[in-house]
Design a protein around this ligand. Structure first.
Ligand code: KG4
Ligand code: ZN
Length: 355
């Protein structure tokens, strides 16, 4: 339908449009906190018009982990084409973008600076607001992009390469920290175990795949802190795997992968369900790269059914780093706080603002 075909607007429609003008609707999101160069265009809080992700995983694989300097250079090279593709795929021109959001932290400082500088430059050139976004807050919004009507409060289990958090999301912008890892993040444990076993990088997807053909009860690995509050610890589990493999070098690799994964998933799901029940959450959501894990997804949904609460699993592409979640969090931040100052810089240790 063209503008000329549009029916005459009622007063109610006009006032809705007036309020929309206060919060820019079309947000370009930019994500460069680690090893994905991503850009997306999102309309309002959850309508994804485009989402482009250029992964650097092949560049880092030979080093067994992300090399910060290589990541920064690859972001510099890829960001302009990735942004251009996101705007084109959204069916828009540059002048249709109404705000630019970028991940300002936490993450690798050089990598963050590429995205933040680009976002500020675009905001200045297009004369639209700039919004600095917290990467963890962006992960919290990934479920809402695909399920906008999710009822709050929800418990979010945010499991990535750098973080393992249990968060009670009471309202948009209102988060309570329930638990977090005291040492390695869950994804870091997957990556370190895979590296030790020479399985390649990133370790999570490889272990996930291998575990499908292994026996998860072959080795009874420890469940660190399973019945001890809401914090996590994965460093001892990783050491237990290393010690077991050294002592039993001929054990089946798939069995080790499945048994290790089972121990991680068991602890994560047990605590997430307990938190959802204790804090009266209406639902339980997964977020972050480890949320792509097949066993975790299956077991979390089973736990939700058993607890009588709704479970929501974002699609795998929405779990790993992407810019649609950055644009969505940017929209919420614009609603809550308005635009960020151009003085706001990248912060590698930016904390999630908890109440
Ligand atoms: O959220 P993300 O894309 O980047 C960070 O912000 O860290 O998460 C990356 C992490 C890596 O540790 C990777 O091994 C893990 O997510 N991961 C998985 C799976 N896919 C990615 N872990 C377990 N199973 C998977 N299928
Ligand atoms: Zn992430």
């Amino acid at each position: 339908m063209t503008a000329q075909d549009a029916p005459t607007e009622t007063t109610a429609t006009v006032s809705t449009l007036d309020s929309l003008q206060e919060t820019p609707a079309i947000i370009l999101g930019i994500e460069t906190s680690c090893d994905e160069t991503a850009a997306a265009v999102v309309s309002g809080p959850s309508d994804i018009l485009s989402s482009v992700v250029s992964s650097q995983v092949d560049l880092h694989a030979r080093y067994g982990g992300v090399v910060p300097e290589i990541a920064s250079r690859a972001h510099v090279e890829m960001l302009t084409p990735v942004v251009a593709q996101a705007v084109i795929e959204a069916g828009l021109g540059d002048h249709d973008v109404e705000a630019v959001a970028a991940t300002a932290g936490p993450g690798l400082i050089g990598a963050l600076l590429v995205g933040v500088s680009a976002a500020k430059s675009l905001a200045l050139a297009w004369d639209v607001p700039f919004v600095a976004v917290n990467h963890l807050e962006a992960h919290l919004y990934s479920s809402f992009l695909e399920e906008p009507d999710l009822e709050l409060p929800v418990v979010v289990l945010l499991v990535s390469g750098g973080h393992t958090l249990l968060v009670l999301m009471e309202a948009f912008g209102r988060y309570r920290l329930i638990g977090q890892t005291l040492d390695d993040a869950a994804g870091e444990a997957f990556d370190k175990v895979a590296r030790f076993m020479d399985l390649g990088y990133p370790g999570g997807p490889v272990i996930d795949r291998l575990a499908m053909t292994g026996d998860s009860e072959a080795v009874a690995f420890p469940r660190p802190m399973r019945n001890d509050g809401y914090d996590f610890s994965f460093s001892g589990l990783k050491t237990a795997v290393v010690n077991h493999v050294r002592a039993h070098p001929d054990d089946d690799v798939a069995d080790i992968a499945a048994s290790f994964q089972e121990a991680v998933v068991d602890v994560l799901v047990h605590k997430a369900r307990k938190a959802a029940e204790e804090f009266g959450a209406k639902g339980l959501c997964l977020a972050g790269g480890v949320a792509a894990n097949s066993s975790l997804r299956e077991r979390l949904l089973d736990a939700c059914v058993a607890a009588g609460i709704s479970g929501f699993l974002p699609s795998r592409s929405m779990c790993t780093d992407n810019a649609a979640m950055v644009a969505a969090a940017g929209w919420q931040r614009l609603q809550l706080d308005g635009p960020s100052s151009l003085e706001v810089g990248a912060d590698p240790n930016l904390p999630l603002p908890f109440i």
